[in-house]
Design a protein around this ligand. Structure first.
Ligand SMILES: [Zn+2]
Length: 453
């Protein structure tokens, strides 16, 4: 959140308007109480919001979004191929625009920054926007899917005109998506963001969807992030920037986390534990079986990355909130995977600087020590393992383990890009040692880089 909040500069507060429009997700099948790889959000991969869901598992390998193509990395065979089984297709090596568009692995992102994919029940899904294509008369976003063997690609859902989808996910039969909007009241224009839900089917339509959350029409800016789901719950963060006049120094910004019960269709704000000042927010939420784990952030200590705060646990009915682990630096990256909670300190190695354009940038501050320290805790907050993860500047932050217990890293080189991998089992017994990361597969850029126009 920190990054996003500072970027938008804002403040958050929130107001929730819940409107139920239409029907839509009425008849759900029973998905059970446990994580279901085929139909559930793969929350364990979550990284910075920019990168989240670039990697998705089907239990045997990983689907990766790299530039304008989707690839499949088979964990056992260590093979890396475009997700397209068309005979005679050149995939990412095709230079003819029309032929390339026919490739099942091709996803024409049009420089969309916020694009990602999700594996769901035998298909890989992604959303493309045509908002950047000024020549087109209608603006909309389309949900595409590619069969897991690369044999077919089709469009399954297109939003109404002018509805641009930002964050989204598919979980237990429903496509959830965030749509930013504007609302005019007299001369004032407000940012109004909504989260909609529409059942996944062969005849998906906006009119079968419903708004499950909307911000009140009183903010200058609103922003969703960290959309995640687990069992019968959807969780997300909303940032709200209040209107302010020129005489004020800066607008008030608030940031809140919400939990939506998809079975009872009820929405609740996750409360900040008692005893904290108003500058303390819930920064991140993750799932640990029967509990949510909450990470706090104190905006009064925004520049102090090591400012210590406890992690809390809380039940899904938002009762029994208590300290789960004390004294955790507030910029530690929080992830979970099955029975484990993972903390990594990649963020602590960066300084925030403001560029001449007024943008927030992160720069590596200790180049001589380019490592990430990762600690793994059991569900009762006992440290069970720690390892040092070697990193150079081209590597991302810690991506998290997939539901198959595999960690995958994409590294861009001069002539091509590579996949590195290791498994959760490898690091559960490594006794804090620097781990060896295996180079598993590489692919040259070839035509891929030429197609950047
Ligand atoms: Zn192809």
């Amino acid at each position: 959140m920190k990054k996003q909040v500072v970027k938008t500069i804002a403040a958050l507060l929130l107001a929730v308007v819940m409107t139920a429009l239409g029907s839509g997700c009425g008849h759900r099948r029973d998905y059970g109480m446990e994580f279901n790889l085929a139909t559930d959000c793969q929350y364990s991969y979550v990284t910075d919001h920019d990168y989240w869901k670039k990697i998705q598992s089907d239990g045997e390998g990983q689907y990766l979004m790299q530039e304008n193509f989707i690839y499949y990395y088979n964990t056992a065979k260590k093979t890396l191929v475009p997700l397209c089984s068309k005979p005679n297709c050149l995939h990412d090596k095709e230079t003819d625009n029309d032929k390339r568009a026919e490739c099942n692995a091709f996803c024409d992102k049009f420089n969309m920054e916020l694009s990602y994919l999700q594996y769901y029940d035998g298909y890989v899904y992604y959303v493309l926007s045509n908002f950047m294509r000024s020549a087109l008369p209608t603006k909309s976003c389309t949900l595409y899917r590619v069969k897991k063997d690369g044999s077919k690609k089709d469009a399954v859902f297109t939003t109404s005109n002018e509805e641009e989808v930002f964050h989204w996910l598919i979980h237990r039969g429903v496509f959830y998506y965030e749509v930013p909007g504007k609302q005019q009241n007299g001369t004032d224009v407000y940012d109004v963001s909504t989260i909609k839900a529409v059942a996944l089917s062969s005849h998906m339509s906006d009119k079968n969807g419903k708004v499950i959350f909307a911000t009140a029409p009183k903010y200058a800016a609103t922003n969703f992030s960290q959309l995640l789901a687990y069992r019968n719950y959807l969780c997300f963060e909303v940032t709200l920037v209040e209107h302010h006049d020129e005489t004020e120094e800066s607008p008030h910004i608030d940031c809140k986390q919400y939990l939506y019960n998809i079975e009872t269709e009820t929405m609740e704000e996750i409360p900040v534990p008692e005893g904290y000042s108003k500058t303390t927010l819930i920064n991140r939420v993750t799932f640990l079986k029967d509990k949510l784990i909450l990470q706090l952030f104190d905006t009064a200590h925004n520049d102090d990355k090591t400012y210590p705060l406890p992690l809390y646990s809380i039940n899904y009915d938002l009762t029994d909130e208590k300290v789960w682990l004390d004294n955790v630096p507030q910029y530690m990256w929080l992830q979970s995977c099955g029975d484990y909670v993972i903390l990594s300190d990649g963020n602590l190695h960066y300084d925030n600087i403001i560029t001449e354009e007024g943008l927030l940038n992160e720069v590596l501050k200790d180049a001589e020590q380019p490592c990430i320290n990762v600690t793994i805790y059991s569900s009762d907050a006992r440290e069970v393992s720690a390892f040092v993860y070697p990193r150079n500047e081209s590597w991302g932050k810690f991506n998290g383990f997939g539901p198959d217990g595999i960690y995958v890293e994409i590294v861009n080189g001069d002539d091509g890009w590579s996949i590195y991998h290791f498994s959760l089992d490898d690091v559960l017994n490594c006794h804090g040692e620097k781990i060896k990361i295996d180079l598993a597969a590489t692919r040259s850029y070839e035509a891929l880089q030429e197609y950047e126009d």
